[in-house]
Design a binder for this molecule. Structure first.
Ligand SMILES: NC(=O)c1ccc[n+]([C@@H]2O[C@H](COP(=O)([O-])OP(=O)(O)OC[C@H]3O[C@@H](n4cnc5c(N)ncnc54)[C@H](OP(=O)(O)O)[C@@H]3O)[C@@H](O)[C@H]2O)c1
Length: 306
């Protein structure tokens, strides 16, 4: 397949490009000026330099593609620079879907996220609207909804690396967040980290299979782990033990309200809310369908953190 990627220069995108190449497909990437060096195996890819809000650049990227993959996503806005959830995760995706359809592309894959819904955070609702637009487009549609994704970030942002740098290595106890006054719940919310290579494999396999209509795949790792266990496993992978103490989420939310728009502040209010919502699910069916043994969240597979 000739596959166009929008957002293919990121963490997940680098694995998707490798998976496409290893399966004999030909990737074309829309690349922002300055991000060219982030392209994995660039010499084997076609690059279109441009921005996703310029229709001509998107058109050039998807022209003659058999399938399009949309991976653009952000975790915080910078509205002064026009970087908003609505612009990138909703309107950008909808534009790419419309242009793909007009260009005669048949298959479209959208990277959404576990837990998206119509009345969630702006991160969640913009992805939810993009999903609805894709579903009604008439394209053979694949929606992936991953939990938190782990794996060697190759210089990009990844949640275990962030936890290592912000919570495990600093000489302070790690926070076990909880809502309200329910201290017994401290650090007990659940997540199912999924390996980035498994996500890339499902994405490419789903496009190869070409769904008849629209398919949504929840992508969660094989275990539902409490936050406190995630901290223990990351510390363990670094050969450490980490003291962790209950931390009420309220004061952190207040701090995030005041400072969350600053790029140096580690977390936004929405990220805190989404974290405490939990992020789990059962993906055994989709992994079995594509013959994938899900990669465990263990020391061997977290060795990249050392
Ligand atoms: N990583 C996870 O744990 C996780 C979990 C659930 C869902 N997802 C979703 O998976 C997708 C990929 O995530 P990722 O971790 O690979 O993210 P990433 O490493 O941050 O990559 C994001 C991609 O979006 C592009 N992008 C970011 N800001 C942009 C802007 N202002 N204009 C144009 N392009 C922009 C980046 O281009 P540049 O390289 O030029 O910056 C990059 O190609 C996202 O939709 C994310 O929401 C990720």
């Amino acid at each position: 397949m000739r596959v166009a990627l929008i957002g293919g220069t990121g963490f997940v995108g680098s694995y998707v490009v490798e998976e496409l190449l290893s399966r004999g497909h030909s990737p074309t990437l829309l690349v922002r000026r300055g991000s060219e060096a982030k392209v994995r195996q660039a010499q084997r890819c076609r690059l279109v330099t441009g921005t996703l809000d310029d229709e001509a650049h998107v058109r050039e990227t998807v022209s003659d593609a058999d399938a399009v993959i949309y991976l653009v996503g952000i975790l915080r806005e910078d509205s002064r620079r026009g970087i908003t959830f609505d612009a990138l995760q909703r309107r950008g995706a909808e534009r790419a879907i419309d242009i793909a359809r007009e260009s005669g592309v048949r298959r479209f894959a959208l990277m959404s996220a576990n837990g998206v819904h119509a009345n969630g955070t702006p991160y969640q609702t913009t992805k939810w609207h993009a999903e609805r637009h894709l579903e009604s487009s008439g394209l053979a549609a694949t929606v992936l909804r991953p939990s938190v994704v782990f794996g060697d970030p190759r210089g990009r942002t990844e949640f275990c690396t962030q936890l290592r740098d912000q919570m495990i290595l600093p000489p302070l106890p790690a926070p076990l967040f909880f809502n309200g006054f329910s201290i017994h719940d401290a650090g007990r919310f659940l997540m199912s980290p999924v390996y980035v290579g498994n996500v890339a494999r499902v994405l490419v396999a789903a496009l190869e299979a070409e769904p008849a209509g629209s398919e949504t795949h929840l992508l969660c790792g094989p275990e539902a782990l409490e936050w406190r266990e995630i901290i223990e496993r990351i510390a363990g992978a670094l050969g450490r033990r980490k003291l962790a103490i209950p931390a009420p989420a309220g004061p952190l939310r207040l701090a995030a309200d005041l400072l969350g728009t600053r790029q140096w502040f580690p977390i936004t209010r929405d990220q805190i809310d989404m974290l405490l919502e939990g992020n789990t699910g059962d993906s055994s069916e989709v992994f079995a369908r594509f013959g994938i043994e899900p990669t465990p969240f263990d020391s061997a597979n977290l060795a990249y953190l050392r």
